[in-house]
Ligand binder design. Structure first.
Ligand SMILES: Cc1cc2nc3c(=O)[nH]c(=O)nc-3n(C[C@H](O)[C@H](O)[C@H](O)COP(=O)(O)O)c2cc1C
Length: 174
């Protein structure tokens, strides 16, 4: 089987997630194409793939525009195949944030008129080194708000790798 993993990432966590998915699926004996949508180059043909995983992260309540472009450009193919959408956000890292995380994914589906076969809400990361003043401010006052982190100056990775691997195994099959 050939599996496509198309992703968008801004600070790197979704890139790391896409690579982890790719290495897991290769380990299951399948062919994998990893496509960074920000490049939008290369002779990728999603029609030649059997299953497609699209991953994007949330910034200011929306997913990467490059992923929107990828979905819009390939919507017919995506509708015709088994697909999974992986939405990476910080809202998904907090119990009280799951409704927001689901809302970001639903808005993406509505805007693009696309219904993937499955979708996953995955917690992302806080990486201070990747932010300037503006992003740091948004993260603290808009995204985290009153959610306190242990060691707020340090980076945090909230991604549940075991949960992700289990979902990918089920989606890809044997
Ligand atoms: C400027 C900024 C805005 C963000 N906005 C949101 C948001 O609206 N909702 C949310 O749940 N997470 C938000 N996040 C958290 C990101 O989704 C999280 O850090 C994720 O791991 C980023 O993935 P990436 O490294 O692949 O870009 C934001 C992060 C930054 C830096």
């Amino acid at each position: 089987m050939r599996v496509l993993v198309a992703f968008g990432t801004t600070e790197g966590q979704t890139g790391k997630i896409a690579e982890a998915i790719a290495s897991q699926v290769r380990g299951m004996g399948h062919e994998v194409e990893v496509f960074d949508t920000t490049g939008l180059q290369g002779d990728l043909n999603p029609e030649l793939c059997d299953k497609i995983i699209v991953a994007a992260s949330v910034h200011e309540q929306g997913h990467q525009e490059s992923v929107e472009v990828f979905v819009a450009a390939n919507r017919k193919t995506l509708q015709a195949k088994p697909t999974m959408f992986v939405s990476v956000s910080l809202a998904a890292a907090f119990e009280g944030g799951m409704a927001d995380a689901q809302g970001y994914a639903d808005a993406f589906f509505d805007d693009l008129d696309w219904r993937p076969s499955q979708s996953l809400l995955i917690a992302g990361a806080v990486r201070h080194g990747a932010y300037g003043y503006y992003k740091e401010h948004i993260l603290e006052h808009v995204v985290l708000q009153d959610r306190e982190l242990d060691n707020p100056e340090s980076d945090h990775e909230f991604t549940d790798w075991t949960f992700l691997a289990r979902a990918i195994k089920e989606f890809v099959g044997v």
